[in-house]
Design a protein around this ligand. Structure first.
Ligand SMILES: Cc1cc2nc3c(=O)[nH]c(=O)nc-3n(C[C@H](O)[C@H](O)[C@H](O)COP(=O)(O)OP(=O)(O)OC[C@H]3O[C@@H](n4cnc5c(N)ncnc54)[C@H](O)[C@@H]3O)c2cc1C
Length: 382
């Protein structure tokens, strides 16, 4: 059983590590504290083809798999989680179009998405439909449209649309069928962001460089050909997507950054005439942090590998990796703050950002408790 990345994967990792260290890490704190969108960084990633990483080569992407996605997102998130988040959300929309969209939609959207000329965002969650997506209230009614053909009229809201202000298109989920057909009563539409009204911008405690907003819309006309996938099957088809491995990968990045910073600080900081890293209590803490990084990465890469191979267990493995890695990131960030003593509690060191960003990941992409349910269900059906 191979426990090594391939030569190409190691080369990709090294390329992204160098980029993240030189181009992202030096500006991450400034961007984060000012809540500034990392547009320059994302543009540079587009120039390197990373914004089309998992898009098929036929549509202008690099055609890489989920292991490569996990590798890239870890590197970016070790420098700044928001960059990993913006890229992952965008590629998740592209994955949905590529897997389930019509050929016309693929040809129209994917090359521009690979180049980051068209940026994607996701609109699933609502005020009363968080973990329980099937409870969404947004509706799409079929209407006889204009001369171009049939259209849908969408009415409702989406509670958390990350990056909606910078994105060009939102993959927006709405009910198109009666409750009696649930869960096969939800469809997905590609909606231009300028058609949506932002009615609340969340003042989140982390990841605010790529902010999240609530949007509203009423009788929003969307042409029939903007529907992605089969009518009524969008929620079910979401369950077949595999890009969710980006969430544990983001967490591995944070957990690793916290470890690296803690080791560096413990080596340099002296108390009682010695480096604090020589106290056994600190050594053991650092060893535990290293163990968390390794286990989180192993689970994440295994889930990504299963996703690439189309294994039936990939979804449960991704959930397991998500729970473990995101909790490892929170624990490592917290430990790194302790190792830094008083300065760890200031915004002059990045460890407090790791903590804020890590806390988002235990909820984003579905709360960990809900992912524990997925893992538990897989045990029962085995
Ligand atoms: C910063 C940020 C960005 C986001 N970006 C997006 C985005 O771009 N697009 C998008 O669609 N959504 C986005 N979300 C929404 C995110 O996916 C939801 O917050 C998440 O799915 C949980 O929904 P909720 O917040 O309504 O929590 P709830 O569903 O109300 O859950 C609260 C708690 O209840 C418990 N719980 C709920 N159900 C169960 C269960 N079945 N079993 C056990 N415990 C349970 C859990 O402990 C959970 O933490 C974002 C959220 C945040 C905070």
């Amino acid at each position: 059983m191979p426990f090594r990345l391939t030569a190409d994967q190691r080369e990709l990792r090294d390329e992204l590590r160098e980029f993240a260290t030189e181009e992202i890490a030096p500006v991450a704190s400034t961007l984060d504290h000012a809540g500034t969108y990392p547009g320059g960084v994302l543009g540079a990633l587009a120039d390197r083809g990373v914004t089309g990483l998992t898009v098929d080569e036929q549509y202008g992407g690099r055609g890489e798999g989920f292991v490569e996605l996990a590798v890239v997102v870890e590197e970016l998130s070790a420098a700044m989680m928001s960059v990993g988040a913006a890229l992952s959300l965008h590629l998740g929309v592209a994955e949905t179009i590529e897997r389930f969209g019509s050929e016309a939609l693929r040809e129209e959207f994917l090359p521009a998405m690979a180049d980051f000329e068209t940026v994607g965002a996701l609109g699933v969650t609502e005020a009363n439909a968080g973990s329980d997506k099937a409870a969404m209230e947004t509706r799409a009614e079929r209407a006889s449209g204009d001369a171009d053909g049939d259209e849908w009229h969408l009415t409702g809201h989406k509670q958390w649309v990350t990056n909606v202000a910078e994105a060009d298109v939102v993959l927006l989920y709405a009910k198109t069928g009666p409750e009696s057909e649930a869960p096969e009563n939800v469809s997905a539409f590609l909606v231009p962001t300028d058609a949506l009204d932002i009615d609340h911008e969340w003042d989140a405690i982390g990841g605010d460089s790529v902010p999240t907003a609530r949007v509203e819309f009423e009788y929003l006309a969307v042409p029939d050909d903007r529907m992605v996938g089969e009518e009524g099957r969008a929620l079910v088809q979401r369950g077949d997507l595999r890009g969710g491995v980006n969430l544990p990968a983001r967490a591995v990045g944070i957990a690793r950054a916290a470890l690296d910073d803690a080791v560096a600080y413990a080596t340099e900081r002296e108390q009682f005439g010695q480096a604090i890293g020589e106290f056994q209590g600190v050594e053991w803490r650092l060893a535990k942090m290293a163990e968390r990084v390794e286990t989180a990465r192993l689970l994440t890469l295994r889930a990504a590998d299963e996703a690439d191979r189309g294994a039936e267990t990939a979804s449960a493995k991704t959930s397991m990796a998500k729970v473990h890695a995101t909790e490892a990131a929170v624990e490592n960030a917290s430990d790194a703050m302790d190792v830094h003593g008083g300065v760890g509690f200031t915004s002059e060191y990045p460890v407090e950002r790791y903590f804020r960003d890590a806390k988002l990941l235990t909820v984003a992409g579905g709360p960990n408790d809900v992912h524990r349910n997925t893992v538990a269900r897989s045990l029962r059906s085995d």
